[in-house]
Design a protein around this ligand. Structure first.
Ligand SMILES: [Zn+2]
Ligand SMILES: [Zn+2]
Length: 285
């Protein structure tokens, strides 16, 4: 194998480290909550049943949405956005940028394109050799053009974009619910262990840490979650929030907004019953 391939394989392997870290923390939190808190610490059967039921509900939703965010492949531009073979050869041979733009303008004449580069040119990805659809960006980590790219997220080792943005929002929402539920139910036992009202067992270490970790994650996820809800309401991707898209008439940060309600529907789908489920919203997706 050529060294470049070995390097790429290593990079791909290392990229999973944050995901493995999160998975380990989640596995430990499951053990600490179910075994150390519910089985070893809580005495009341009623309390155990209620806690375990709601814990598992939030756990399943959290793991489901996390899984879908990680393993949903990013969408790429359809083949209509590739230059026809002859045009592509001409584009590659051509050295003058103006003539290259002429080729792109001709190829783009039948495509639904509203955005341009800052200089007013057709957006073209030299790496993927494709005319970039509106809101599409090239991700250097995935080495591909991603539709409605939001950002490349190392915690899910995937691009967050058109295909999985809903799953990503639900992942943030359910991880927040999971952490809030743990923090709220562990709090009284945390205080009891802290003030030595409960005996010094091995459960003490787990329960104390469980509260600290849940509270810490709550704070960081809450800020990210609120930011993304604001973006959904405005119909902006993270990339567009930092750099407004350029249209034929100039740059406009609200260029994609259809109004609050329609912006929500665009991400979550038009059927409200599927909004809270990390699954596709319609048959066509
Ligand atoms: Zn590309
Ligand atoms: Zn990416």
């Amino acid at each position: 194998m050529a060294p470049i391939h070995v390097l790429r394989c290593c990079q791909r392997g290392l990229a999973w480290i944050p995901v493995i870290f999160i998975a380990l923390v989640v596995c430990w939190s499951y053990y600490a909550y179910v075994v150390e808190l519910c089985i070893f610490t809580i005495q009341s059967i009623g309390e155990q049943v209620v806690y375990l039921f709601f814990f598992h509900l939030s756990f399943i939703m959290f793991v489901w949405s996390y899984w879908k965010t990680i393993f949903t492949k990013p969408s790429n531009p359809s083949k209509e956005f590739c230059l026809p073979k002859a045009e592509k050869e001409r584009y590659e041979k051509e050295e003058r940028p103006e003539s290259q733009q002429d080729i792109l303008w001709r190829a783009a004449s039948n495509l639904p394109l509203y955005t341009r580069t800052g200089a007013g040119a057709i957006r073209y990805c030299d790496r993927c050799q494709v005319i970039k659809p509106d809101r599409c960006h090239h991700c250097s980590a995935c080495d591909m053009c991603v539709l409605k790219m939001d950002h490349h997220c190392p915690w899910v080792n995937n691009c967050v974009g058109f295909s999985n943005y809903k799953f990503f929002i639900l992942f943030l929402a359910y991880s927040l619910v999971y952490c809030l539920f743990i923090a709220a139910t562990v709090l009284q036992y945390f205080i009891k262990f802290w003030t030595n009202e409960l005996p010094d067992t091995h459960a003490k270490f787990h329960v104390l840490f469980l509260f600290f970790v849940a509270a810490m994650f709550c704070i960081s996820i809450l800020s990210l979650f609120s930011y993304h809800l604001w973006l959904v309401g405005k119909n902006r991707s993270t990339i567009e929030a930092f750099r407004a898209p350029v249209f034929r008439t100039g740059s406009d940060k609200n260029g994609f907004s259809l109004g609050f309600k329609k912006n929500i529907v665009q991400v979550f789908g038009d059927q409200k019953k599927y909004w809270l489920l990390p699954s596709l919203w319609t048959e066509s997706g």
